[in-house]
Design a protein around this ligand. Structure first.
Ligand SMILES: [Zn+2]
Ligand SMILES: [Zn+2]
Length: 214
């Protein structure tokens, strides 16, 4: 487990805190508004005491899921019970625990800041990314990693992933820093050429774990 912080120097800033949790090294993120102390937790992966310690000097106003895979929600009920913050997830998430179903384009407030929801299906039907508005940071879940797109379990899902890369993620500015569900963050502009080359290839009926180089 390790903690990393990015941004958050001035009073009008929003701080992003990362905790790496569990056997799959899932990244749990907190966005904290410096001026108001309000926070969002994105992917309560596990280790609830660790996550509550990460949030202890803030007022949690929402628990956001990038998608519903088990390695991203291990502490969901514990955090919900401890904080009463509402659970938000894409409307394709079938679970009964969702308090606020999200759609593409929805906006979530945290203190003086807002986070925009992008529906990015492929890895799962309910995959979303959360981009901080007026900022260059986006929490992207398992939609896209530094080395390739998220795992897909059918050729149809892989084709959906290609559409998401082409029509959603590559539309973002080069300066966007993507914070994925596993592994390090990366600047989109540094990967754009590799992603475009990947999209230009014929992958046939492939599905599974892909790399940009394949
Ligand atoms: Zn996943
Ligand atoms: Zn994952």
């Amino acid at each position: 487990m390790q903690t990393r912080s990015a941004g958050g120097s001035g009073r009008d800033s929003i701080q992003l805190i990362t905790q790496v949790i569990g056997p799959w090294g899932t990244n749990a993120y907190a966005l904290v508004c410096s001026a108001t102390g309000q926070s969002l937790l994105i992917d309560p992966a596990g280790e609830p005491d660790t996550l509550l310690a990460m949030l202890e000097r803030s007022e949690l106003v929402g628990i956001l899921l990038t998608h519903s895979h088990p390695d991203h929600i291990g502490a969901l009920r514990a955090i919900r019970t401890a904080t009463t913050a509402p659970i938000m997830a894409h409307q394709e998430n079938p679970a009964s625990y969702v308090d606020r179903p999200l759609r593409d384009g929805d906006v979530i407030a945290v203190g003086d800041h807002t986070v925009r929801v992008y529906h990015t299906p492929g890895h799962t039907a309910d995959s979303v990314c959360y981009a901080v508005e007026s900022d260059n940071r986006a929490i992207v879940g398992d939609a896209v990693f530094e080395g390739g797109p998220g795992h897909t379990s059918s050729p149809r899902d892989f084709q959906v992933t290609l559409q998401t890369l082409r029509h959603v993620i590559l539309k973002w500015p080069d300066d966007t820093v993507c914070y994925p569900g596993h592994g390090p963050s990366f600047r989109l502009g540094d990967k754009r050429a590799a992603i475009e080359a990947f999209l230009a290839k014929d992958h046939g009926d492939f599905c599974g774990d892909a790399t940009w180089e394949m």
